[in-house]
Write a protein that binds this ligand. Structure first.
Ligand SMILES: NC(=O)c1ccc[n+]([C@@H]2O[C@H](COP(=O)([O-])OP(=O)(O)OC[C@H]3O[C@@H](n4cnc5c(N)ncnc54)[C@H](O)[C@@H]3O)[C@@H](O)[C@H]2O)c1
Length: 253
């Protein structure tokens, strides 16, 4: 079999992609890179302001809370169009501070798992059903799935489940030509992280130093993750499935 040209391997022209939580942070960077690689991109986000960021990169926008079955189905339908879907990036997720296990309520755990796990599962089910040519799915996990960490147990549990689900779906959907992979970002400087770390900043902790506390010594940026997604959904990774790609500047090394 001839080796494909590099430009063909990275070209997403003619492919249709859905990025959940693509309005800001990591999701917005992913949507931008997929557009740059010429994919047709639909951004699904519960925040109506995400319309503006989608417009800015020439992406479509579907207002959608991924935990709502009918809103999710509408977003997947819109992204697939008549041609069908090729790429799903299950990026939307929440990471509210949990605190010590004794203070974490069942309702809190339920909500965390509903957004970070159950809704990703539903999105994969809906998207895979609309991938007539096969496709690629990337699930956003976290280094919390590997390293645990104190006071984030519900979040760590949700992201651990994402890793297990990724491997199971890779096995199950592979015969349909669908590759399923996950990314485990380290700390990435996003609006969500800034919000979480605001109380620490207020108490005098140097947040920027903390975000850059990894062996590479640079602050993790949304585009560092977007480049990993671009690799995993492109034909550069055509023999990669069920993989967890850690992108953390070496912090878990
Ligand atoms: N930033 C980090 O350090 C980091 C590290 C590891 C993993 N992650 C994961 O990366 C993903 C993105 O993180 P981020 O830092 O960019 O977050 P962010 O909070 O900055 O942005 C998240 C986006 O998702 C949207 N969203 C949230 N809940 C949604 C829902 N129910 N339906 C639709 N859209 C929803 C928000 O409106 C927002 O636009 C998450 O899954 C997160 O757990 C982030």
């Amino acid at each position: 079999m001839p080796t494909p040209a590099l430009t063909d391997l990275i070209d997403l022209g003619g492919k249709r992609a859905l990025v959940t939580g693509g309005g800001k942070g990591i999701g917005a960077a992913i949507a931008a890179r997929l557009r740059e690689a010429c994919a047709h991109v639909t951004v699904a986000d519960l925040d109506p302001d995400a319309q503006a960021s989608a417009d800015a990169i020439g992406a479509d926008f579907a207002r959608c809370d991924i935990t709502d079955a009918s809103e999710l189905a509408r977003a997947v339908d819109a992204a697939a169009g008549d041609a069908g879907l090729d790429i799903l990036v299950n990026n939307a997720g929440i990471f509210p501070t949990t605190g010590p296990v004794a203070r974490v309520s069942d309702e809190f755990v339920h909500h965390m798992l509903d957004v970070n796990v159950r809704a990703q599962f539903s999105a994969t089910r809906e998207a895979a059903d609309r991938m007539p040519r096969g496709g690629a799915i990337v699930n956003m996990a976290s280094v919390a799935a590997i390293g645990g960490g104190a006071n984030i147990s519900a979040y760590a549990a949700s992201k651990g489940a994402v890793v297990a689900m990724t491997r199971a779906h890779a096995n199950e959907l592979g015969p349909q030509g669908i590759r399923v992979n996950a990314i485990a970002p380290g700390i990435i400087d996003t609006p969500g992280v800034q919000e979480q770390l605001a109380p620490l900043r207020a108490s005098g902790v140097d947040i920027d130093k903390r975000i850059a506390a990894n062996p590479v010594g640079i602050a993790g940026q949304p585009d560092h993750i977007a480049c990993g997604v671009l690799f995993l959904v492109s034909d550069l990774a055509r023999f990669v499935s069920g993989h967890l790609l850690v992108i953390d500047g070496g912090s878990t090394a």
